[in-house]
Design a protein around this ligand. Structure first.
Ligand code: NAP
Length: 286
């Protein structure tokens, strides 16, 4: 029977730490500030943004929310980012993705000052992650690493399999596991004999966006299984990429959906914003 990794509880613990550090920083004269930009009417994105703003208030951050219409021109968005790059009250800038099709996501991300890029999507930050010399880590993979750490799961020497190779989850996740001395294999939609690979994992991390795709027969006895997926099942109920019921008896640790990786993502965004505020202090001293 698997131990359930309680992401909600762990996120709460980390947020308490962030709140305490924020109070100390405010006493030293800096209130961490996050600006969130959303373009268009995507309802799921709006919910994510609202949750991010609410989380900022809970830990004592300053936050600004920019809701722009779907037809916003690229230049208009870039000039807002430029203004926020120069604003000393803002330490983190987050542009909610996906953007409407007429906007060039790469150009928009590239316009964010890398020191304020709290999503860690800027090419400079991606390179730093590769080298292991980062200021920020992408929120979801960093959240997964925190879950492992809090659960006392040591990655060193373990066979780790990451299913999914997106730029925001799979690839950076693999890199973080490698930095933690795991032996890492990355699988994707063209992988041959996927079940054989997943069944070889001591630590299996799944981020593919396919409801209940990984079933009990695809995992190793005693595996740690982390489910990043956020999907809907046949009844429209929120579920993950892992079939929780069939994996429960076989896994040693398992994350639920909801209540596993999800709560950690916003928490790591808060952590990154706090780090950005601290970084700005160091720059002021120089
Ligand atoms: P994505 O950009 O769509 O990437 C999906 C990846 O899964 C791709 O690399 C794809 O392979 C691979 N894949 C798809 N079908 C596969 C299959 N049958 N077998 C093996 N690999 C397969 O997705 P994402 O943005 O990484 O998100 C993945 C999931 O995580 C989604 O459910 C998303 O909602 C969730 N998510 C959750 C959080 C959170 O905070 N909890 C954050 C981010 C994402 P190819 O590269 O070959 O196409």
């Amino acid at each position: 029977m698997a131990k359930i990794i309680d992401g909600k509880y762990i996120a709460q613990q980390v947020r308490c730490e962030i709140k305490a550090e924020t109070q100390a920083l405010i006493a030293a004269g800096i209130r961490p500030g996050l600006a969130v930009i959303i373009v268009g009417e995507d309802s799921a994105s709006k919910v994510y943004v609202r949750n991010k703003i609410k989380a900022c208030a809970e830990v004592g951050f300053h936050s600004e929310n920019y809701e722009l219409p779907a037809e916003t021109e690229q230049e208009e968005l870039l000039s807002l980012i430029k203004k926020l790059n120069a604003d000393p009250a803002i330490h983190g800038i987050l542009v909610q993705l996906p953007l409407p099709r007429h906007l060039d996501e790469n150009k928009v991300i590239a316009a964010i000052d890398p020191k304020k890029d709290v999503d860690a999507f800027h090419i400079q930050n991606v390179g730093k992650i590769m080298l292991g010399q980062y200021d920020f880590l992408p929120c979801t993979p960093a959240g997964v690493m925190k879950l492992l750490e809090y659960s006392g799961i040591d990655v060193a020497g373990k066979d780790c399999v990451v299913v999914g190779r997106s730029n925001i989850v799979g690839k950076p996740q693999a890199m973080l596991l490698l930095h933690a001395n795991g032996t890492v294999q990355i699988c994707h939609s063209k992988t041959k004999n996927l079940a054989e690979k997943t069944a070889s994992a001591d630590i299996l991390i799944v981020a593919i966006g396919k409801a209940k795709f990984i079933t009990g027969d695809m995992i190793k006895e005693g595996a740690v299984v982390i489910d990043v997926g956020m999907d809907r099942d046949e009844n429209g109920k929120l579920c993950g990429d892992v079939d929780f019921d069939s994996c429960f008896d076989k896994a040693s640790y398992l994350t639920p959906v909801p209540g596993g990786v999800g709560p950690m993502t916003i928490t790591m965004l808060l952590r990154n914003t706090l780090s950005a505020a601290k970084l700005s202090m160091k720059q002021d001293i120089k």
